[in-house]
Design a protein around this ligand. Sequence first.
Ligand code: NAD
Length: 438
Amino acid sequence: MRIAMIGTGYVGLVSGVCFSDFGHDVICVDKDPNKIEMLERGEVPIYEPGLDVLMAKNVEAGRLTFTGDLKQAVDGADAVFIAVGTPTRRGDGHADLTYVFAAAEEIAEAVTDYTVVVTKSTVPVGTNRQVKQVIRKVKPDLDFDVASNPEFLREGAAIDDFMRPDRVVVGVQTDRAADVMAEIYRPLFLREFPIITTDLESAEMIKYAANAFLATKITFINEIATLCEKTGADVKQVSKGMGLDGRIGNKFLHAGPGYGGSCFPKDTKALARIGQDYAVPMQITEAVIKVNEEMKRRMIDKIVDLCGGSVNGLTIAVLGVTFKPNTDDMRDAPSLTIVPSLIGGGAKVRVVDPQGLREGKDLLPGAHWVDDAYKAVQNADCVVLLTEWNEFRGLDLKRVANRMQTARMADLRNIYTLKDAQRAGFEGYVSVGRQGTE
Ligand code: NAD
């Protein structure tokens, strides 16, 4: 199959590389010339473990190319995937579909033969039908179908998620489009990964419903964590006891500083808006959005309390600023709320993150970047563990405590325990939802 992938971000590039690894001929397009130049030089513009090796392998095999010329890419393609961003629209919380419709118009202008235009971006219910109208308007006689193929990969584990998915969802209107999609995903079908074929609207809804459910699960345990702190229960034990129930499951039950990232915040907001538009308020999702915002504020209070009521004049080391480990993505990361608030409170903030610097340096003005956790804590008054990168999971806590001016730790990922901290000489330790005495 010949595939054109519009957008070489976290989803487009991973999907394009993986499709080429399935044996398809893939051309990835981006309107950002810097990205295309990097890709043509063999460099990966994002950090995603394993992507560089898989990309090089498929470029070498002649199955994967990059271009800024959309017309050249889509002409003759069996399927054209739209994998552009759908950020929150300023002002109203809706998904901004400008990039999707612009891509659809450009595709319509360039395509001459039958093709399937597949939306991989996360889009509200009804968008694929609108994409169809956009294309029809530009080229009324074009023979084409649209398909909805939402993506469920997680940054940091994207290749494995794409190659070994829990399921693939394909929304179509015709058998012809279903056949093209089945051919594209044939390698997964042969390995018996579930491929669910639905109508367009259901496929679009599955993606929002899944993300809102996961955001709810995280927020639920975070709220329980707050109650644990007041009642003397330990949220880690509570999560374990809950998660062993097969109906609940243990994933997404880790208490922390609140969800962030490129998907949950914007997708929950978009679902809430869709509900309002249809006069079916998504009350649970709306509560989740509110509680998650409060959760980030609570983390700031926790740090300030640990520091004796004020951070003014103190040096604080923040370990990890990306929204989760194994990615360089900073979109809606809790650090973007927490770090500026500490700086605003008069603290000198040193940050360290294995991959966050490139994106983060402009997003966290006033923060001092260092390249090592032990340098970050030198003479500091508090260390905040914010993103659980592996290198922060096995810190020599004695070494950390010895280097600090005042050894205090806010462990917002529950990596360590009060006992660990006390043994290492910390005089203050807080975590999320625990007394930390285990
Ligand atoms: P991204 O911002 O990383 O990448 C989007 C890319 O599209 C950019 O490189 C941009 O330059 C390019 N682009 C925009 N308009 C274009 C056009 N007309 N022609 C060519 N290129 C164009 O976005 P992302 O994180 O990859 O997300 C893409 C979509 O996938 C979103 O709808 C998102 O919700 C969804 N999604 C993301 C993830 C994730 O983990 N990031 C997971 C599942 C689904």
